[in-house]
Ligand binder design. Structure first.
Ligand SMILES: Cc1ncc(COP(=O)(O)O)c(C=O)c1O
Length: 391
């Protein structure tokens, strides 16, 4: 018995996955050409699994802002804001986000993962209860674990099940923290947020919505599902990331609760991690401003998403429930998914291979994420590669 025995199963799975000659769990982008293209295995490849929803990673203004910050403020902050001090730019980004969300307070975190870890583990403690949608992201589960609270899962996108479980809690329901995502990361389906807010209000509970995949994607102004459903005032905490639509790295929590400011200092994943570097803050601020100025990016993203979804459906693939910038193709089994994933890559298209236990219902998935940066020709090439993978 050694410390490493527990990794044997994982090692065997990885070995099996490498059998097709391509290492699906460790794809190397040998050269990144644009938000939607890279050289992979020496081949020009269309990227259709990046979460680069608005295609802003190469936006000249964002790149320029990052370069300027690098030159004037250096490569990193070398510590946390609590220990080393806050840069003006951190505060400026928090103000930009508060203005964007039209809310009182925002905390910026070093990653979206840390934002969930920090907010959930600080809001809820060992005497509290967290109600979590069963399909929530790993960062939400990890935040719950760190909190020490009682964790109760309710059925995915099922407000009636949430209602039942809150009722069972009795008096504790009024301090429960309910957590859902806006758009779910694996299947791209949306939470029934109007019904969920109705339930949480009836019990006086609190609601945290992770809008990681819906920022810039949903809502008239791109504020996410809460905006789209008209329920922003009923959401207590919106958490999200800079790593998808904004093309950088980092996370945030926005809230109208005045307590958010004091929560910042009790938040261990905020206090004990280095703060985002100046170049990241600069490109994120510019990406946010670009996103606000260019609603046509969201429109192009959805046009691409609908085009791919409709064509894959016509080809007879079993798809995730609704058209969305995240399109998941359900395959019969793991082997079939790996085979198709390899064929796609050989035909110059990269998508995400997602296998159990990482999938919501234990199925094997090929997950595509669309970008406003995809040209119609690129989307057609993705469709053609999927068509070939059927032969
Ligand atoms: C729903 C959700 N929340 C949080 C995160 C974490 O964000 P980040 O990768 O920016 O740390 C992700 C990442 O994929 C996610 O899908």
């Amino acid at each position: 018995m050694t410390l490493f025995d527990k990794f044997d199963t994982l090692a065997a799975t990885r070995k099996a996955l490498a059998e097709c000659g391509l290492n699906s769990v460790n794809v190397v982008m040998e050269k990144v050409i644009s938000p939607t293209e890279a050289i992979v295995n020496g081949r020009h490849t269309i990227l259709a699994g990046t979460n680069n929803y608005l295609g802003l990673t190469f936006n000249p203004d964002c790149v320029e802002a990052a370069c300027h910050a690098l030159k004037t403020e250096g490569t990193g902050t070398t510590g946390s804001r609590a220990a080393n001090g806050t840069y003006n730019a951190h505060i400026a980004l928090e103000r930009d986000l508060a203005d964007f969300f039209d809310c009182r307070n925002v905390i910026v975190f070093s990653t979206g993962y840390v934002a969930n870890l920090g907010m959930i583990s600080t809001l809820a403690g060992k005497d509290d209860v967290i109600m979590i949608d069963a399909d929530c992201h790993a960062s939400i589960y990890d935040g719950c674990q760190l909190s020490g609270a009682d964790i109760i899962r309710f059925r995915h996108n099922n407000p009636a099940d949430l209602d039942k479980r809150l009722r069972r809690l009795g008096e504790r329901a009024s301090s429960a923290l309910v957590i859902v995502e806006g758009m779910y990361s694996m299947l791209g389906d949306q939470a029934p947020l109007a019904e969920i807010t109705e339930v949480k209000k009836r019990y006086g509970a609190y609601l945290l919505v992770d809008e990681a995949h819906s920022l810039g994607v949903l809502g008239a102004n791109g504020r996410g599902l809460a905006e789209e459903e008209g329920v922003e005032k009923d959401v207590d905490f919106i958490v999200g990331t800079f790593s998808k639509s904004l093309g950088a790295i980092g996370g945030y929590c926005a809230s109208n609760h005045p307590e958010l400011d004091i929560i910042r200092f009790a938040n261990r994943p905020y206090v004990f991690t280095a703060s985002p570097s100046p170049s990241i803050i600069a490109s994120t601020r510019t990406a946010l401003a670009t996103m606000r100025r260019h609603p046509e990016l969201k429109a192009k993203l959805w046009e691409n998403a609908h085009h791919l979804y409709d064509q894959l459906k016509t080809l007879g693939f079993e798809l995730s429930p609704e058209p969305s910038p995240i399109i998941a193709i359900r395959l019969e089994n793991k082997e079939e998914a790996v085979r198709k994933w390899c064929t796609l890559l050989e035909n110059g298209v990269y998508v995400n291979l997602v296998l159990p236990p990482a999938t919501p219902d234990g199925s094997a998935l090929l997950r595509c994420s669309m970008s406003a940066g995809h040209t119609t020709e690129q989307v057609d090439a993705i469709i053609a590669a999927f068509s070939k993978s059927k032969q």
